[in-house]
Design a protein around this ligand. Structure first.
Ligand code: SF4
Length: 748
């Protein structure tokens, strides 16, 4: 390692690969291998390797921008920009009430920023109208996990368990492209004699690694899971002792599954009965097995039920809460996990507490120094919030998100953003959404700041600052501090991330996602700590001054940590085959310090009675099925060289060279019917709009389906087409399936 290298983590996906940043000879920083971080052991994908390009002033914003009288975004001072935002928020609140102020966060924000943003919305603005783009990413898995296990942590076990299990069913994840360093866990699984089953409508790079590839029609994963469970029962492969000892609700779930005969499931999904039987055999024969889901089954209007069906399969075969086994979700965004735990979701308070729970409100209000009754209730989910812009919600403060590209029915969302009285965006670059704003604030990113993230394993990590940000750039925490001050809340929004984290520890204490035993020092010394990690946070003087006159005198309030209950009990309490892995760096932790919880549910689930819940679910069609007018299915996803809305990666030359633009992947038979050759421009038309991109012809996709990556704006914007139909529980939009028709486009 370079003598002055700073160990930190990648700015992009939920794997949060470790990397070192060393001073580059010509200025800036170079990425240097960091082999000591166990998740990626030094490996990085092209996005991580090229991330220093984002630090260049030629790429990033370095001055606040305000919209001039002529309608142009022009440079301005920080004071002018902040004054304008505070004035607009204040005016909207005075004229229309607190809920006229909307707040939209992002799954890339650090835990500290996500926490501060939720607090800012609720005690400075007093608004219920806050949600974030993580709602688009994993909320169905979160809802399914909560229903079954009483807790949502993406993976309830570390990635290192994957190579030691016997079989993994990977549902709707193309991790060979979305998080390439994670592929080695599955390669090692197969080298160890384990089997990999991949469920995906496309023969992706990940599916090519599989022992068995099941390619269901988009939107039918629910039927597939039910058909597999039917066969598990029919073939006598259930674990009756486990079901009896550790679960509730089997009779109803069993009855629902038995209505899904294999032949019926074959008709719905296109997966043959012999393939279904082979999958059941591969999954049930080993002692240990896992199901891992990702966006494929989750981004559907029945995503929660689909996740429940896969969890039911795991429960019926006795997998969850046993070593090297269980169900997990592969979270996507960099801090998608932590971002959903600390209060930027419409229905949550820090520590994964519920906003509707009186005890949760009391605890958090006490930490914040406000009256619990002054906290607003749950607000709208992400798409519903975007849909309400310019109507009930008149102003929007948006941090680290680019919904003009990433939201479903994006042209409509863009129109709603344009209809706002006022839009303020905090971002690193001038994204397509920032370009619509009245004020844009250039904020620090990744290597320019310190903060924590929580990766897809529930491992809390410390990202360290490696370089000084450019002059003119300030942190999101600074923005909230200054806006709070201008809106009459002078204290409670520190700009030091460690100070924010200390408060977050106290706010999360006793909650499901308990971080109270985690400190920056521990994170630095232990290479991350898995939550729940109860501890004894040092009481801080309470500093928030509520704008609500009923709020208590902050300076006089005191706080005591909550009792630690369920999270500790459900944590890692049994030795596995590698005990040193279950207590990370235990020798470094002082006696009495909680070691963190790499593996959950080994003794009990996080439900009131400690038992997991089956949820009885049945198949239903997608919100839009093909018809005469729209006869083809569209599914969307990512490519290896771009990330999410592309706001960052589309500014990196090497990544653009590898993935320069959108395309429409289609089967040769479909292309022939359309009369399109490879590279021809084709139009994809849905009920919401039209997108045009070159055809990419591949035998790796079903003939009834086309695929488009969603990283680009403009005429090739895939999300112009996608359907905002929402899952009734998670409020997740149906990104993964909608009905379209194809048209040839005459080219000049
Ligand atoms: Fe690792 Fe994801 Fe970053 Fe690639 S984008 S280096 S997989 S964290």
């Amino acid at each position: 390692m370079h003598a002055t290298a700073t160990p930190t983590h990648c700015p992009y996906c939920a794997l949060q690969c470790g990397m070192n940043l060393a001073p580059a000879p010509g200025g800036g920083v170079d990425v240097v291998e960091r082999a000591d971080f166990p998740v990626n052991r030094g490996a990085l994908c092209g996005k991580g390797r090229t991330a220093p390009a984002l630090l260049s002033p030629s790429v990033r914003l370095t001055s606040p921008l305000v919209r001039s009288a002529a309608g142009e975004l022009v440079p301005a001072s920080w004071d002018e920009a902040l004054d304008r935002i505070a004035g607009a928020l204040s005016a909207a609140r005075a004229e229309h009430g607190p809920d006229a102020c909307g707040v939209f966060g992002g799954g890339g924000l650090t835990n500290e920023k996500a926490y501060a943003l939720g607090k800012f919305a609720r005690i400075v603005l007093g608004t219920s109208q806050i949600d974030y783009n993580g709602r688009f990413c994993m909320s169905s898995a979160a809802a399914g996990g909560m229903k079954a296990f009483g807790l949502d942590r993406g993976l309830p076990f570390p990635l290192e368990d994957i190579p030691k299990t016997g079989c993994v069913i990977l549902v709707g994840s193309n991790l060979a492209e979305t998080m390439p360093p994670a592929l080695r866990y599955f390669t090692e699984l197969r080298e160890n004699g384990g089997r990999l089953i991949v469920v995906d409508p496309r023969r992706t790079r990940t599916a090519e690694q599989a022992d068995l590839h099941l390619a269901p029609r988009p939107g039918t994963d629910l039927a597939l899971a039910l058909g597999l469970l039917h066969l598990v029962v029919a073939e006598g492969r259930t674990d009756e002792a486990y079901i009896e000892e550790r679960t509730e609700g089997w009779a109803e779930a069993r009855a629902a599954a038995m209505a899904h005969w294999p032949e019926y499931v074959e008709r719905i999904t296109g997966v043959s009965v012999p393939q279904l039987r082979e999958a059941v055999r591969m999954f049930c024969e080993p002692e240990h097995a896992m199901v891992l889901t990702a966006r494929g089954p989750e981004q559907q209007a029945k995503g929660t039920d689909t996740v429940s069906a896969w969890i039911n399969l795991c429960l019926a075969t006795g997998r969850p809460g046993r070593p090297l086994s269980g169900y997990g979700c592969l979270t996507g965004q960099g801090n998608g996990q932590g971002g959903r735990e600390h209060g930027q979701k419409a229905d949550q308070l820090p520590g994964y507490r519920k906003l509707t729970d009186p005890e949760a409100r009391r605890h958090v209000a006490e930490v914040w120094g406000v009256d619990p009754d002054s906290l607003p209730g749950p607000g709208r989910s992400a798409y519903e919030l975007l849909d309400a812009l310019g109507r009930d919600v008149r102003t929007l403060l948006l941090m680290g998100s680019n919904p003009v590209v990433s939201a479903p029915r994006a042209a409509h969302v863009e129109e709603r953003l344009r209809s706002l009285d006022f839009l303020a965006v905090c971002d690193v670059v001038l994204s397509e959404t920032a370009a619509l704003a009245d004020v844009v604030l250039p904020v620090t990113q990744w290597a320019e700041e310190t903060g924590t993230t929580t990766n897809l394993e529930g491992r809390v990590l410390l990202r360290r600052q490696a370089i000084t940000p450019p002059e003119g750039v300030r942190s999101d925490l600074h923005v909230m501090h200054e806006l709070a001050d201008r809106l009459g809340v002078e204290k409670g929004f520190p700009t030091d991330p460690e100070e924010v984290f200390e408060e977050l520890r106290r706010a999360s204490a006793g909650g499901p996602a308990d971080y109270s035993g985690i400190t920056y020092r521990r994170l630095a010394e232990e290479n991350g700590v898995f939550w729940p990690c109860p501890g004894d946070p040092v009481p801080l003087p309470l500093v928030a001054a509520s704008p609500d006159p009923k709020g208590p005198d902050a300076a006089e309030a005191t706080d005591a940590p909550e009792a630690m209950d369920a999270p500790e009990a459900m944590g890692d309490s049994k030795a596995l085959d590698e005990p040193e892995a279950r207590v990370p760096h235990a020798s470094q932790t002082p006696q009495g310090v909680h070691p963190g919880s790499p593996r959950l549910f080994l003794d009990r689930f996080a439900t009131d009675d400690g038992r997991a819940r089956f949820v009885a679910v049945s198949y239903r069609d997608a919100d839009e099925e093909p018809d005469a007018e729209y006869p083809v299915l569209l599914t969307t996803g990512r490519v290896v060289a771009q990330y999410q809305s592309g706001a960052q990666t589309r500014r990196v030359d090497e990544l653009n060279a590898a993935a320069p633009g959108p395309f429409v992947e289609m089967h040769p038979r479909l292309a022939e019917r359309l009369g399109a050759a490879d590279g021809d421009a084709v139009a994809v038309v849905s009920r919401r709009g039209r997108a045009v991109a070159p055809a990419r012809i591949s035998t790796g996709i079903r003939p009834d389906t086309v695929f488009m990556p969603f990283h680009w704006p403009g005429e090739g914007r895939a999300n112009t087409l996608t359907n905002p139909a929402l899952d009734p529980t998670s409020r997740m939009p149906e990104f993964k399936v909608c009905a379209v028709r194809l048209e040839t486009v005459s080219q000049p």
